[in-house]
Design a protein around this ligand. Structure first.
Ligand code: MLT
Length: 202
């Protein structure tokens, strides 16, 4: 079970946005962002099940930028199972889900892509990292991914954003990377760029 908010959209043809907050966030954080990207879409916004000094996260880490891979794999499956159950409970199409994640939430969304071919139809990843390395990737053909990266992001160096793009593309996904000059923070310019990509690609 994961704490969450589900809001049915006014247009059921539109995707369901799976909203995944950053470290210390809650399921409230990205609701207004989803509203900007597509006000007609449904929303499933989830709170991470891990607490780090009281801050919700989607998986444990050993230090900043150093992930507990065993927990990451476990939590990725937990989120995948939760999605399948939510699709039944709220009667939405499990093949029409687009993740929108920021930071730690973008990392678990990337991990969903690294593990499952059918978890997401697409993903908007704000400031993601490479979630883990050296695992066999599923076939991601037909999946559209947008990466918003900061050229001066102290948490995710430029090379790592490019590496993430390359790994996803090698698995078959179509990936666009968008650069902001800012650091790790999520700016309105970046959200608008994600919206423009969404309207064009999905
Ligand atoms: C993570 O732990 O997922 C990344 O360091 C980003 C964050 O601080 O949330």
């Amino acid at each position: 079970m994961m704490q969450h908010i589900f809001r049915r959209g006014t247009n059921e043809e539109k995707p369901v946005f799976l909203l995944l907050h950053g470290t210390g966030g809650t399921e409230q954080d990205l609701l207004s962002l989803a509203e900007i990207v597509d006000p007609e879409a449904s929303v499933l916004s989830v709170r991470g099940n891990v607490l780090e000094n009281g801050m919700p996260r989607f998986f444990k880490r050993l230090a900043e930028g150093v992930f507990d891979e065993e927990d990451l794999v476990f939590r990725t499956k937990e989120l995948k199972d939760f999605l399948a159950q939510a699709a039944k409970d709220y009667q939405f199409d499990p093949l029409n889900v687009i993740a929108i994640g920021y930071s730690n939430g973008a990392n678990i969304a990337a991990s969903l892509l690294f593990h499952y071919a059918d978890a997401l139809k697409g993903a908007i990843l704000h400031h993601p990292m490479v979630p883990l390395r050296d695992i066999p990737m599923p076939d991601l053909t037909g999946i559209d991914v947008w990466i918003g990266a900061g050229a001066n992001d102290p948490i995710c160096p430029k090379e790592e954003s490019v590496e993430l793009q390359k790994l996803l593309e090698e698995a078959g996904a179509s990936v666009e990377i968008h650069w902001e000059h800012a650091g790790h923070q999520l700016t309105m310019e970046e959200v608008k760029a994600a919206k423009a990509w969404y309207e064009q690609s999905l």
